[in-house]
Design a protein around this ligand. Structure first.
Ligand code: TXE
Length: 491
Protein backbone atom coordinates (compact mmCIF):
# COMPACT_ATOMS: atom_id res chain seq x y z
CA UNK A 1 0.00 0.00 0.00
CA UNK A 2 1.46 3.33 -0.94
CA UNK A 3 1.23 5.86 1.87
CA UNK A 4 -1.08 8.03 -0.18
CA UNK A 5 -3.72 5.35 -0.61
CA UNK A 6 -4.94 6.25 2.89
CA UNK A 7 -6.04 9.53 1.43
CA UNK A 8 -7.87 8.18 -1.58
CA UNK A 9 -11.18 8.24 0.28
CA UNK A 10 -10.87 11.96 0.63
CA UNK A 11 -11.52 12.43 -3.06
CA UNK A 12 -15.17 11.52 -3.38
CA UNK A 13 -14.70 7.76 -3.72
CA UNK A 14 -17.12 5.38 -2.02
CA UNK A 15 -15.39 3.82 0.95
CA UNK A 16 -15.94 0.05 1.17
CA UNK A 17 -16.84 -2.04 4.20
CA UNK A 18 -14.23 -4.50 5.47
CA UNK A 19 -15.65 -7.96 6.04
CA UNK A 20 -13.75 -11.23 6.42
CA UNK A 21 -10.50 -9.57 5.37
CA UNK A 22 -11.97 -8.22 2.10
CA UNK A 23 -13.02 -4.72 1.10
CA UNK A 24 -16.61 -5.07 -0.06
CA UNK A 25 -19.41 -2.73 -1.10
CA UNK A 26 -22.65 -2.73 0.88
CA UNK A 27 -25.20 -5.22 -0.44
CA UNK A 28 -27.97 -2.65 -0.95
CA UNK A 29 -25.83 -0.36 -3.12
CA UNK A 30 -26.96 2.73 -1.21
CA UNK A 31 -24.49 5.31 0.05
CA UNK A 32 -24.22 8.32 2.36
CA UNK A 33 -22.32 11.56 1.95
CA UNK A 34 -19.35 12.21 4.27
CA UNK A 35 -18.68 15.94 4.58
CA UNK A 36 -15.67 18.11 5.37
CA UNK A 37 -17.27 20.21 8.14
CA UNK A 38 -14.88 23.12 7.65
CA UNK A 39 -16.09 23.62 4.08
CA UNK A 40 -19.41 21.77 4.03
CA UNK A 41 -18.38 19.88 0.91
CA UNK A 42 -18.37 16.17 0.16
CA UNK A 43 -15.20 14.35 1.12
CA UNK A 44 -16.19 10.81 0.39
CA UNK A 45 -19.16 8.47 0.15
CA UNK A 46 -19.73 5.67 2.57
CA UNK A 47 -21.96 2.64 2.23
CA UNK A 48 -25.39 2.93 3.76
CA UNK A 49 -25.16 -0.66 4.93
CA UNK A 50 -28.06 -2.71 6.23
CA UNK A 51 -28.73 -5.77 8.39
CA UNK A 52 -27.48 -8.14 5.62
CA UNK A 53 -24.07 -6.45 5.77
CA UNK A 54 -24.04 -6.80 9.55
CA UNK A 55 -25.02 -10.46 9.14
CA UNK A 56 -22.08 -11.03 6.76
CA UNK A 57 -19.67 -9.33 9.19
CA UNK A 58 -20.90 -11.41 12.13
CA UNK A 59 -20.57 -14.60 10.06
CA UNK A 60 -16.99 -13.64 9.13
CA UNK A 61 -16.17 -12.89 12.77
CA UNK A 62 -17.62 -16.17 13.98
CA UNK A 63 -15.68 -18.05 11.29
CA UNK A 64 -12.46 -16.35 12.47
CA UNK A 65 -13.22 -17.42 16.05
CA UNK A 66 -13.51 -21.02 14.90
CA UNK A 67 -10.35 -20.68 12.79
CA UNK A 68 -6.77 -19.66 13.42
CA UNK A 69 -7.70 -16.50 15.33
CA UNK A 70 -9.56 -18.58 17.90
CA UNK A 71 -6.44 -20.66 18.45
CA UNK A 72 -3.97 -17.76 18.59
CA UNK A 73 -1.74 -17.26 21.62
CA UNK A 74 -1.48 -14.11 23.72
CA UNK A 75 1.96 -13.49 22.24
CA UNK A 76 0.69 -13.77 18.66
CA UNK A 77 -2.13 -11.33 19.32
CA UNK A 78 0.26 -8.96 21.08
CA UNK A 79 2.53 -9.05 18.02
CA UNK A 80 -0.43 -8.25 15.79
CA UNK A 81 -1.40 -5.22 17.91
CA UNK A 82 2.20 -4.02 17.93
CA UNK A 83 2.27 -4.31 14.13
CA UNK A 84 -0.93 -2.24 13.90
CA UNK A 85 0.59 0.38 16.21
CA UNK A 86 3.85 0.53 14.27
CA UNK A 87 2.10 0.84 10.92
CA UNK A 88 -0.19 3.65 12.08
CA UNK A 89 2.81 5.39 13.58
CA UNK A 90 4.73 5.18 10.31
CA UNK A 91 1.77 6.91 8.59
CA UNK A 92 1.00 9.34 11.39
CA UNK A 93 0.92 12.34 9.12
CA UNK A 94 -1.60 10.80 6.72
CA UNK A 95 -3.82 9.63 9.56
CA UNK A 96 -3.69 13.10 11.13
CA UNK A 97 -4.56 14.72 7.82
CA UNK A 98 -7.51 12.36 7.29
CA UNK A 99 -8.81 12.84 10.85
CA UNK A 100 -8.55 16.61 10.63
CA UNK A 101 -10.38 16.69 7.27
CA UNK A 102 -13.17 14.44 8.49
CA UNK A 103 -13.76 16.03 11.92
CA UNK A 104 -12.75 19.67 11.41
CA UNK A 105 -10.28 19.46 14.32
CA UNK A 106 -6.97 21.33 14.03
CA UNK A 107 -4.37 19.13 12.38
CA UNK A 108 -1.96 20.00 15.21
CA UNK A 109 -4.38 18.31 17.64
CA UNK A 110 -4.84 15.21 15.46
CA UNK A 111 -1.06 15.00 15.08
CA UNK A 112 -0.23 15.46 18.75
CA UNK A 113 -3.18 13.74 20.48
CA UNK A 114 -5.62 11.66 18.42
CA UNK A 115 -3.23 9.59 16.34
CA UNK A 116 -0.37 9.16 18.86
CA UNK A 117 -2.91 8.07 21.47
CA UNK A 118 -4.39 5.53 19.06
CA UNK A 119 -0.87 4.15 18.55
CA UNK A 120 -0.36 4.10 22.33
CA UNK A 121 -3.64 2.22 22.84
CA UNK A 122 -2.58 -0.62 20.51
CA UNK A 123 0.88 -0.78 22.11
CA UNK A 124 -0.46 -0.64 25.64
CA UNK A 125 -2.87 -3.55 25.18
CA UNK A 126 -0.21 -5.54 23.31
CA UNK A 127 1.99 -5.20 26.39
CA UNK A 128 -0.87 -5.88 28.78
CA UNK A 129 -1.85 -9.16 27.18
CA UNK A 130 1.74 -10.24 26.64
CA UNK A 131 2.38 -9.89 30.36
CA UNK A 132 -1.04 -10.96 31.55
CA UNK A 133 -1.33 -13.14 34.66
CA UNK A 134 -4.38 -14.78 36.19
CA UNK A 135 -5.51 -15.48 39.74
CA UNK A 136 -4.83 -18.58 41.77
CA UNK A 137 -6.54 -19.27 45.12
CA UNK A 138 -5.25 -22.22 47.06
CA UNK A 139 -7.28 -24.07 49.71
CA UNK A 140 -6.08 -26.80 51.99
CA UNK A 141 -7.84 -29.44 49.92
CA UNK A 142 -8.09 -27.76 46.54
CA UNK A 143 -6.57 -25.32 44.14
CA UNK A 144 -8.55 -22.68 42.22
CA UNK A 145 -7.20 -21.00 39.16
CA UNK A 146 -9.07 -18.52 37.03
CA UNK A 147 -8.76 -18.36 33.27
CA UNK A 148 -9.82 -15.39 31.20
CA UNK A 149 -11.52 -16.60 28.03
CA UNK A 150 -12.67 -14.61 25.00
CA UNK A 151 -16.37 -13.74 25.09
CA UNK A 152 -17.18 -13.93 21.36
CA UNK A 153 -17.86 -11.24 18.81
CA UNK A 154 -18.18 -7.67 20.07
CA UNK A 155 -20.00 -4.76 18.47
CA UNK A 156 -17.93 -1.58 18.82
CA UNK A 157 -19.93 1.60 18.25
CA UNK A 158 -18.05 4.88 18.33
CA UNK A 159 -18.78 8.61 18.01
CA UNK A 160 -17.40 11.41 15.87
CA UNK A 161 -15.36 13.49 18.29
CA UNK A 162 -12.24 11.29 18.63
CA UNK A 163 -12.81 8.74 15.87
CA UNK A 164 -9.62 6.67 15.65
CA UNK A 165 -8.63 7.24 19.24
CA UNK A 166 -11.90 5.84 20.65
CA UNK A 167 -12.10 3.00 18.13
CA UNK A 168 -8.56 1.91 19.04
CA UNK A 169 -9.44 2.13 22.75
CA UNK A 170 -12.03 -0.62 22.16
CA UNK A 171 -10.49 -2.61 19.30
CA UNK A 172 -7.12 -3.17 20.99
CA UNK A 173 -8.37 -4.81 24.23
CA UNK A 174 -11.13 -6.72 22.42
CA UNK A 175 -8.62 -8.34 20.06
CA UNK A 176 -5.99 -8.71 22.78
CA UNK A 177 -8.36 -10.98 24.68
CA UNK A 178 -9.06 -13.12 21.59
CA UNK A 179 -12.47 -11.76 20.58
CA UNK A 180 -13.51 -10.69 17.11
CA UNK A 181 -15.08 -7.34 16.41
CA UNK A 182 -17.66 -5.73 14.19
CA UNK A 183 -16.96 -2.01 14.31
CA UNK A 184 -19.33 0.77 13.35
CA UNK A 185 -17.78 4.23 13.40
CA UNK A 186 -19.90 7.36 13.35
CA UNK A 187 -21.33 7.99 9.90
CA UNK A 188 -20.01 11.55 10.28
CA UNK A 189 -16.36 10.48 10.62
CA UNK A 190 -15.79 7.14 8.89
CA UNK A 191 -12.43 7.70 7.24
CA UNK A 192 -9.76 6.76 9.77
CA UNK A 193 -11.70 3.57 10.62
CA UNK A 194 -11.36 2.60 6.96
CA UNK A 195 -7.69 3.52 7.04
CA UNK A 196 -7.36 1.23 10.07
CA UNK A 197 -9.02 -1.57 8.06
CA UNK A 198 -6.38 -1.00 5.38
CA UNK A 199 -3.71 -1.53 8.02
CA UNK A 200 -5.31 -4.83 9.11
CA UNK A 201 -5.35 -5.91 5.45
CA UNK A 202 -1.78 -4.80 4.86
CA UNK A 203 -0.32 -6.69 7.79
CA UNK A 204 -2.28 -9.83 6.84
CA UNK A 205 -4.26 -9.98 10.07
CA UNK A 206 -6.32 -13.19 10.24
CA UNK A 207 -9.42 -12.62 8.10
CA UNK A 208 -12.53 -11.76 10.10
CA UNK A 209 -10.95 -10.76 13.41
CA UNK A 210 -11.62 -7.08 12.60
CA UNK A 211 -14.68 -6.18 10.53
CA UNK A 212 -15.99 -2.75 9.70
CA UNK A 213 -19.52 -1.91 8.61
CA UNK A 214 -20.35 1.69 7.75
CA UNK A 215 -23.80 3.23 7.95
CA UNK A 216 -26.39 4.93 10.08
CA UNK A 217 -26.77 4.33 13.79
CA UNK A 218 -30.47 3.53 13.62
CA UNK A 219 -29.80 0.95 10.89
CA UNK A 220 -26.33 -0.62 11.17
CA UNK A 221 -25.81 0.27 14.85
CA UNK A 222 -29.20 -1.06 15.83
CA UNK A 223 -28.67 -4.27 13.78
CA UNK A 224 -25.36 -4.87 15.55
CA UNK A 225 -26.91 -4.37 18.99
CA UNK A 226 -29.85 -6.66 18.11
CA UNK A 227 -27.80 -9.44 16.52
CA UNK A 228 -28.08 -12.60 18.64
CA UNK A 229 -24.48 -13.66 17.93
CA UNK A 230 -23.00 -10.36 19.07
CA UNK A 231 -21.98 -11.24 22.62
CA UNK A 232 -21.24 -7.73 23.87
CA UNK A 233 -21.45 -4.08 22.98
CA UNK A 234 -18.95 -1.37 23.78
CA UNK A 235 -20.61 1.96 23.02
CA UNK A 236 -19.45 5.57 23.29
CA UNK A 237 -21.89 8.29 22.33
CA UNK A 238 -24.87 10.29 23.48
CA UNK A 239 -26.85 9.44 26.61
CA UNK A 240 -30.18 9.01 24.81
CA UNK A 241 -28.62 6.63 22.26
CA UNK A 242 -26.98 4.77 25.15
CA UNK A 243 -30.40 4.30 26.73
CA UNK A 244 -31.70 2.73 23.54
CA UNK A 245 -28.63 0.49 23.20
CA UNK A 246 -29.11 -0.68 26.80
CA UNK A 247 -32.83 -1.32 26.29
CA UNK A 248 -32.07 -3.57 23.31
CA UNK A 249 -29.01 -5.35 24.65
CA UNK A 250 -29.87 -5.91 28.31
CA UNK A 251 -32.73 -8.43 27.80
CA UNK A 252 -30.32 -10.45 25.63
CA UNK A 253 -27.80 -10.50 28.52
CA UNK A 254 -25.06 -9.04 26.37
CA UNK A 255 -21.98 -7.63 28.05
CA UNK A 256 -22.45 -3.89 27.92
CA UNK A 257 -20.13 -0.94 28.38
CA UNK A 258 -21.65 2.53 27.93
CA UNK A 259 -19.50 5.66 27.88
CA UNK A 260 -21.97 8.53 27.55
CA UNK A 261 -22.21 12.28 27.91
CA UNK A 262 -21.03 14.70 30.55
CA UNK A 263 -21.62 18.17 31.98
CA UNK A 264 -18.37 18.36 33.82
CA UNK A 265 -17.56 20.86 36.57
CA UNK A 266 -14.25 22.72 36.70
CA UNK A 267 -13.85 23.94 40.29
CA UNK A 268 -11.42 26.82 40.82
CA UNK A 269 -10.48 27.80 44.38
CA UNK A 270 -8.94 31.15 45.33
CA UNK A 271 -5.70 29.45 46.39
CA UNK A 272 -5.03 27.93 42.94
CA UNK A 273 -1.87 28.65 40.97
CA UNK A 274 -3.53 31.43 39.00
CA UNK A 275 -1.58 31.37 35.73
CA UNK A 276 -1.41 27.59 35.46
CA UNK A 277 -5.11 27.39 36.20
CA UNK A 278 -6.04 29.88 33.48
CA UNK A 279 -4.02 27.82 31.00
CA UNK A 280 -5.39 24.45 32.17
CA UNK A 281 -8.99 25.61 32.38
CA UNK A 282 -8.85 27.09 28.88
CA UNK A 283 -7.74 23.73 27.52
CA UNK A 284 -10.32 21.84 29.61
CA UNK A 285 -13.05 24.12 28.28
CA UNK A 286 -12.24 24.34 24.59
CA UNK A 287 -10.08 21.40 23.49
CA UNK A 288 -11.46 20.01 20.23
CA UNK A 289 -13.91 22.96 20.19
CA UNK A 290 -15.43 21.69 23.45
CA UNK A 291 -16.38 18.41 21.78
CA UNK A 292 -14.75 16.02 24.23
CA UNK A 293 -17.01 14.24 26.69
CA UNK A 294 -14.45 15.17 29.40
CA UNK A 295 -14.45 18.92 28.68
CA UNK A 296 -15.31 21.11 31.65
CA UNK A 297 -18.30 23.14 30.52
CA UNK A 298 -19.36 24.48 33.95
CA UNK A 299 -16.73 26.70 35.49
CA UNK A 300 -17.25 27.19 39.25
CA UNK A 301 -15.03 29.97 40.63
CA UNK A 302 -14.55 31.03 44.25
CA UNK A 303 -16.12 34.47 44.59
CA UNK A 304 -13.05 36.19 46.07
CA UNK A 305 -11.14 35.74 42.77
CA UNK A 306 -14.16 35.66 40.46
CA UNK A 307 -13.68 39.05 38.73
CA UNK A 308 -9.92 38.74 38.33
CA UNK A 309 -10.22 35.15 37.09
CA UNK A 310 -12.99 35.91 34.62
CA UNK A 311 -11.17 38.79 33.02
CA UNK A 312 -7.92 36.77 32.63
CA UNK A 313 -9.87 33.76 31.35
CA UNK A 314 -11.78 35.80 28.76
CA UNK A 315 -8.52 37.34 27.57
CA UNK A 316 -6.87 33.92 27.25
CA UNK A 317 -9.84 32.37 25.43
CA UNK A 318 -9.84 35.37 23.11
CA UNK A 319 -6.51 34.08 21.75
CA UNK A 320 -8.30 31.06 20.26
CA UNK A 321 -9.13 31.87 16.67
CA UNK A 322 -11.33 29.65 14.51
CA UNK A 323 -9.50 28.89 11.28
CA UNK A 324 -8.66 26.31 8.63
CA UNK A 325 -8.21 22.99 10.47
CA UNK A 326 -5.59 21.95 7.93
CA UNK A 327 -3.37 24.93 8.76
CA UNK A 328 -0.57 24.03 11.20
CA UNK A 329 -1.08 27.28 13.09
CA UNK A 330 -4.84 26.92 13.69
CA UNK A 331 -5.69 26.46 17.36
CA UNK A 332 -9.48 26.23 17.03
CA UNK A 333 -11.22 24.24 14.30
CA UNK A 334 -14.73 23.60 13.02
CA UNK A 335 -17.55 21.82 14.81
CA UNK A 336 -18.57 18.43 13.50
CA UNK A 337 -21.42 19.62 11.28
CA UNK A 338 -23.53 22.65 10.48
CA UNK A 339 -26.44 20.84 12.19
CA UNK A 340 -24.44 20.54 15.40
CA UNK A 341 -23.29 24.15 15.09
CA UNK A 342 -26.95 25.18 14.87
CA UNK A 343 -27.66 23.23 18.06
CA UNK A 344 -24.78 24.96 19.85
CA UNK A 345 -25.96 28.33 18.55
CA UNK A 346 -29.44 27.53 19.86
CA UNK A 347 -27.97 27.07 23.35
CA UNK A 348 -26.22 30.46 23.17
CA UNK A 349 -29.59 31.99 22.29
CA UNK A 350 -31.25 30.09 25.11
CA UNK A 351 -28.60 31.37 27.54
CA UNK A 352 -29.60 34.94 26.74
CA UNK A 353 -33.28 34.08 27.23
CA UNK A 354 -32.37 32.48 30.58
CA UNK A 355 -30.74 35.74 31.71
CA UNK A 356 -27.12 35.01 30.86
CA UNK A 357 -24.58 37.58 29.73
CA UNK A 358 -22.31 36.68 26.81
CA UNK A 359 -18.79 37.79 27.81
CA UNK A 360 -17.09 36.40 24.70
CA UNK A 361 -18.18 34.80 21.42
CA UNK A 362 -21.84 33.93 21.10
CA UNK A 363 -21.59 34.15 17.32
CA UNK A 364 -20.24 32.58 14.17
CA UNK A 365 -16.78 33.84 13.24
CA UNK A 366 -16.43 35.70 9.98
CA UNK A 367 -14.37 33.41 7.79
CA UNK A 368 -13.88 33.93 4.11
CA UNK A 369 -13.44 31.87 0.96
CA UNK A 370 -14.33 28.19 1.11
CA UNK A 371 -14.40 28.29 4.94
CA UNK A 372 -17.36 30.68 4.92
CA UNK A 373 -19.80 27.76 4.62
CA UNK A 374 -18.07 25.74 7.36
CA UNK A 375 -19.48 24.66 10.74
CA UNK A 376 -17.60 27.25 12.78
CA UNK A 377 -18.64 28.78 16.08
CA UNK A 378 -16.54 31.11 18.20
CA UNK A 379 -15.43 30.07 21.69
CA UNK A 380 -18.16 31.40 23.95
CA UNK A 381 -18.12 32.37 27.64
CA UNK A 382 -21.39 33.08 29.45
CA UNK A 383 -21.88 34.48 32.96
CA UNK A 384 -24.89 35.19 35.13
CA UNK A 385 -26.84 31.96 34.65
CA UNK A 386 -28.34 30.04 37.53
CA UNK A 387 -26.50 26.73 38.07
CA UNK A 388 -29.80 24.94 37.48
CA UNK A 389 -30.60 26.69 34.19
CA UNK A 390 -30.88 24.51 31.09
CA UNK A 391 -27.63 25.85 29.62
CA UNK A 392 -25.77 24.99 32.81
CA UNK A 393 -27.21 21.48 33.19
CA UNK A 394 -27.73 20.07 29.67
CA UNK A 395 -24.83 18.72 27.63
CA UNK A 396 -24.10 21.17 24.80
CA UNK A 397 -20.98 19.38 23.54
CA UNK A 398 -19.53 22.47 21.93
CA UNK A 399 -17.51 25.62 22.62
CA UNK A 400 -19.73 27.15 25.32
CA UNK A 401 -18.80 27.41 29.00
CA UNK A 402 -20.91 28.92 31.76
CA UNK A 403 -19.36 30.69 34.77
CA UNK A 404 -20.73 30.39 38.32
CA UNK A 405 -19.32 32.01 41.49
CA UNK A 406 -19.41 30.13 44.82
CA UNK A 407 -18.65 31.12 48.41
CA UNK A 408 -17.87 27.87 50.20
CA UNK A 409 -16.46 24.44 49.42
CA UNK A 410 -19.83 22.90 50.32
CA UNK A 411 -21.62 25.15 47.84
CA UNK A 412 -19.14 24.26 45.08
CA UNK A 413 -19.75 20.56 45.68
CA UNK A 414 -23.51 21.06 45.70
CA UNK A 415 -23.42 22.86 42.34
CA UNK A 416 -20.99 20.29 40.91
CA UNK A 417 -23.31 17.44 41.87
CA UNK A 418 -26.53 19.16 40.77
CA UNK A 419 -26.69 17.59 37.30
CA UNK A 420 -27.70 14.18 35.97
CA UNK A 421 -24.21 13.50 34.64
CA UNK A 422 -21.12 12.26 36.50
CA UNK A 423 -18.25 11.72 34.09
CA UNK A 424 -15.28 13.93 34.92
CA UNK A 425 -14.35 16.92 37.09
CA UNK A 426 -11.29 19.03 37.67
CA UNK A 427 -10.31 20.78 40.90
CA UNK A 428 -7.80 23.64 41.01
CA UNK A 429 -6.24 24.38 44.41
CA UNK A 430 -2.88 24.33 46.21
CA UNK A 431 -4.49 22.98 49.38
CA UNK A 432 -3.84 19.25 49.36
CA UNK A 433 -6.40 18.42 52.04
CA UNK A 434 -9.08 20.31 50.18
CA UNK A 435 -8.12 18.56 46.95
CA UNK A 436 -8.65 15.16 48.62
CA UNK A 437 -11.93 16.23 50.26
CA UNK A 438 -13.51 17.73 47.17
CA UNK A 439 -12.34 14.89 44.90
CA UNK A 440 -13.93 12.41 47.23
CA UNK A 441 -17.27 14.30 47.37
CA UNK A 442 -17.76 15.13 43.69
CA UNK A 443 -20.02 12.57 42.00
CA UNK A 444 -17.77 11.74 39.09
CA UNK A 445 -16.00 8.75 37.58
CA UNK A 446 -12.78 10.73 37.21
CA UNK A 447 -11.35 13.77 38.97
CA UNK A 448 -8.25 15.68 37.90
CA UNK A 449 -6.48 17.95 40.39
CA UNK A 450 -4.53 20.88 38.92
CA UNK A 451 -4.54 19.24 35.52
CA UNK A 452 -6.96 17.95 32.89
CA UNK A 453 -6.99 14.97 30.53
CA UNK A 454 -3.75 13.58 31.90
CA UNK A 455 -4.21 9.92 31.01
CA UNK A 456 -2.58 6.80 32.38
CA UNK A 457 -3.93 3.92 30.31
CA UNK A 458 -4.09 1.65 33.36
CA UNK A 459 -6.64 3.69 35.30
CA UNK A 460 -10.43 3.20 35.19
CA UNK A 461 -12.12 5.44 32.64
CA UNK A 462 -15.88 6.00 32.67
CA UNK A 463 -18.74 7.72 34.39
CA UNK A 464 -21.56 7.39 36.90
CA UNK A 465 -25.19 8.55 36.85
CA UNK A 466 -26.31 9.31 33.28
CA UNK A 467 -22.70 9.31 32.08
CA UNK A 468 -22.67 5.57 31.66
CA UNK A 469 -22.10 2.09 32.95
CA UNK A 470 -18.81 0.27 33.34
CA UNK A 471 -15.19 1.27 33.08
CA UNK A 472 -12.62 1.04 30.31
CA UNK A 473 -8.83 1.15 30.64
CA UNK A 474 -6.13 -1.31 31.73
CA UNK A 475 -7.46 -4.39 33.49
CA UNK A 476 -11.00 -2.97 33.37
CA UNK A 477 -10.98 -3.31 29.58
CA UNK A 478 -9.29 -6.72 29.73
CA UNK A 479 -11.96 -7.92 32.15
CA UNK A 480 -14.83 -6.45 30.14
CA UNK A 481 -13.60 -8.12 26.97
CA UNK A 482 -13.24 -11.56 28.59
CA UNK A 483 -15.13 -14.09 30.69
CA UNK A 484 -13.50 -15.38 33.83
CA UNK A 485 -13.65 -19.14 34.26
CA UNK A 486 -12.70 -20.54 37.63
CA UNK A 487 -11.39 -24.10 37.77
CA UNK A 488 -11.32 -25.81 41.16
CA UNK A 489 -9.19 -28.96 41.48
CA UNK A 490 -9.48 -31.23 44.48
CA UNK A 491 -5.99 -32.07 45.67
O1 TXE B 1 -24.16 10.58 19.11
P1 TXE B 1 -24.90 9.25 18.91
P2 TXE B 1 -24.14 11.77 18.10
C1 TXE B 1 -23.07 13.32 22.77
C2 TXE B 1 -23.15 14.79 22.51
C3 TXE B 1 -23.72 14.87 21.15
C4 TXE B 1 -24.72 13.78 21.24
C5 TXE B 1 -25.14 13.26 19.94
O2 TXE B 1 -24.03 15.38 23.43
O3 TXE B 1 -24.31 16.11 20.87
O4 TXE B 1 -24.06 12.76 21.98
O5 TXE B 1 -24.01 12.90 19.14
C6 TXE B 1 -24.44 5.25 16.71
N1 TXE B 1 -28.09 1.87 17.94
N2 TXE B 1 -21.82 12.70 22.47
O6 TXE B 1 -25.39 12.05 17.37
O7 TXE B 1 -26.08 9.44 18.03
C7 TXE B 1 -24.02 6.38 15.80
O8 TXE B 1 -24.14 6.03 14.45
C8 TXE B 1 -26.76 1.72 17.87
C9 TXE B 1 -21.03 12.30 23.58
O9 TXE B 1 -22.97 11.48 17.25
O10 TXE B 1 -25.07 8.67 20.26
C10 TXE B 1 -22.59 6.60 16.25
O11 TXE B 1 -21.74 5.62 15.66
N3 TXE B 1 -25.92 2.71 17.54
C11 TXE B 1 -19.95 11.42 23.18
C12 TXE B 1 -22.66 6.37 17.76
O12 TXE B 1 -23.86 5.60 17.96
C13 TXE B 1 -26.44 3.91 17.27
C14 TXE B 1 -19.30 11.64 21.89
C15 TXE B 1 -22.77 7.65 18.59
O13 TXE B 1 -23.83 8.44 18.05
C16 TXE B 1 -27.83 4.14 17.34
C17 TXE B 1 -20.23 12.01 20.85
C18 TXE B 1 -28.66 3.05 17.70
N4 TXE B 1 -29.99 3.16 17.80
C19 TXE B 1 -21.43 12.55 21.17
N5 TXE B 1 -28.05 5.42 17.05
C20 TXE B 1 -18.96 11.02 24.24
N6 TXE B 1 -19.41 10.74 25.46
O14 TXE B 1 -17.78 10.89 23.97
C21 TXE B 1 -26.86 6.00 16.80
N7 TXE B 1 -25.88 5.08 16.91
Amino acid sequence: MSPLSLLKHASGECVPNFVGGEFVPATGGEWLEDLDPARDIELARIPRSNSSDVEAAVRAAEAARRGSWGKSSNAERADLLDAVAGTIESRLEEFAHLESLDTGKPISLARSVDIPRAVANFRFFAGAVRHQSTDCHSMQSALNYTLRKPVGTFGLITPWNLPLYLLSWKTAPALAMGNCVVAKPSELTPLTASALAEIFAEIDAPAGCFNLVHGLGAEVGQSIVEHPQIAGISFTGGTSTGKQVAATAAPMFKKLSLELGGKNPTIVFADCDFDETIEGVTRASFANQGQVCLCGSRLLIERSIYDRFVSAFVERVGALHPGDPQDDKTNFGALISTGHRDKVEGYAQLAIEEGGEVLLGGKRPELTGDLAAGAFYSPTVIAGLSPDSRCATEEIFGPIVTLHPFDTEAEAIEIANGVRYGLAASVWTKDLKRAHRVSSEVESGMVWVNTWLLRDLRVPFGGMKDSGVGREGGRHSLEFFSESRNICIQL
